[in-house]
Design a protein around this ligand. Structure first.
Ligand code: NDP
Length: 403
């Protein structure tokens, strides 16, 4: 029986993964090793009972008591905290879903590679912050990393049977989010409720806001470069409001292979779960005639500067990916807390990178996970200083050029 673990089981990706496991036979078909979550211990316990997991881990020690109570009599072990997450990752598994949100997902994913199995990677932050290290760790242990991000799963599928050397370009599509057509002045006043209301995808709060700001697409640009080794100038972004075409790959002969499907992550998760085979999934089938038309347009670099920042990060390399992700996470925390305007997030990230670059803090590529986490920490502190120092000016600036 295949041994599986899910890190971030209670989130949007985690719940879809649990759903697919259940549909493919659940506890009778899979040996579920570890399920992890954060504060939603009621759901975590329910998932662990249903799938008869060995252990359920909450990231927060103050949630352990509630988790224990919810699991009473189930035979499922309960644990909490960062070291418990790492210990869960140390339990051998053949297939591990990495779906914790943010840089918190890095360490468990790295550890899980040691078993030499498959890491289904939804946590794009791992590749952005530590791409070369993650890939070399996988190679060292004979592990396979499969992309779960819909665009990267689409590219991966378009590349089956192809020679990567013949790839001329990759096109990532972006829905454009809820603010696609908003003028800059309105963007500057965008609220949290408006930012999380994604028009096409049902996702966690943080990635939904990142979609609205196009920071999500910025992370995906870097993710594409790191995972597939495609040069930045060959990676394009195209706004496609319907979110039907997930990505396109252009080849040397001019052919363009597109991956189409409805906006349901169970497709990409199911592909990673069953790869290299395909199995039926419950995703709705596309009705192109009913859809009528698909539209595409270039992204606006002025209202959405995150894409430009990602390109600068790819030029800098070194520790820039880790710093970019961390600064973005801090700016996002401040936006969610109502302390930073929506459009000011990009300015805060840009200023953080500028300060770190000026001090020479990003020039050396990290050679260990600890070094990645050091850069992550430094960028978080610096971003906090940038945002605190800018005070009121951070709440209403559109365009994000400078704070
Ligand atoms: P959610 O916010 O819905 O879920 C995040 C999960 O991580 C939850 O289980 C949450 O627990 C847990 N978690 C939160 N903080 C911590 C922490 N500090 N330590 C450990 N666990 C924590 O996120 P999504 O499912 O939307 O996204 C997960 C990852 O997948 C992200 O990296 C995202 O970029 C990526 N992704 C998501 C897509 C989507 O459609 N949602 C599409 C493509 C990629 P709890 O909720 O119990 O507090």
């Amino acid at each position: 029986m295949r041994k599986v673990s899910i890190f971030g089981a209670t989130g949007s990706i985690g719940v879809s993964t649990v759903d697919l496991l259940a549909r493919q036979g659940g506890a009778a078909a899979f040996e579920v090793v570890a399920l992890t979550g954060g504060r939603n211990v009621a759901l975590l316990a329910e998932q662990a009972r249903t799938l008869r997991a060995q252990i359920a881990v909450t990231a927060h020690e103050d949630c352990l008591n509630d988790l224990r109570i919810a699991l009473a009599g189930s035979g499922v072990e309960a644990a909490a905290g960062q070291s418990a997450l790492i210990e869960a990752a140390d339990r051998p598994a053949d297939w591990v879903m990495s779906a914790i949100v943010g840089a918190a997902g890095l360490a468990p994913g790295f550890r899980a590679l040691r078993h030499g199995g498959t890491l289904a990677l939804a946590n794009k932050e791992s590749l952005v912050a530590a791409g070369p290290l993650l890939l070399s760790e996988a190679a060292r242990h004979g592990a396979t990393i499969l992309p779960v991000d819909s665009e990267h799963s689409a590219i991966f599928q378009a590349l089956v049977g192809e020679d990567i050397a013949t790839v001329e370009r990759v096109i990532l599509t972006a829905s454009g989010g809820p603010f696609r057509d908003w003028p800059a002045e309105r963007l500057a006043r965008a609220t949290l409720a408006e930012a999380v209301a994604h028009p096409n995808w049902a996702m966690g709060q943080r990635i939904s806001i990142d979609s609205a700001s196009m920071f999500n697409k910025a992370l995906e640009l870097i993710e594409t470069r790191e995972y597939f080794g495609i040069a930045p100038e060959r990676i394009e972004v195209l706004v496609h409001p319907q979110s039907v075409v997930h990505a396109l790959v252009g080849f040397a002969d001019g052919a363009l292979m597109a991956h189409l499907g409805v906006a349901d992550m169970r497709h990409a998760i199911g592909y990673a779960l069953n790869w290299p085979a395909r199995r039926e999934t419950p995703v709705a089938r596309l009705d192109l005639a009913a859809l009528g038309q698909l539209s595409f347009m270039a992204p606006d670099p002025v209202r959405f500067p995150a894409l430009r920042l990602a390109r600068e990060v790819m030029e800098t390399r070194g520790g820039a990916g880790a710093a970019f992700n961390a600064a973005k996470e801090i700016a996002l925390d401040h936006f969610i807390a109502g302390r930073l305007g929506f459009a000011a997030m990009a300015g805060a990230v840009e200023e953080t990178l500028a300060r770190l670059n000026a001090r020479g803090d990003l020039t050396i590529a990290p050679s260990s996970l600890d070094q990645v986490l050091e850069i992550d920490h430094l960028a978080r502190v610096t971003a906090g200083e940038v945002i605190a120092g800018a005070g009121a000016t951070m709440t209403g600036k559109a365009g994000g050029k400078r704070v």
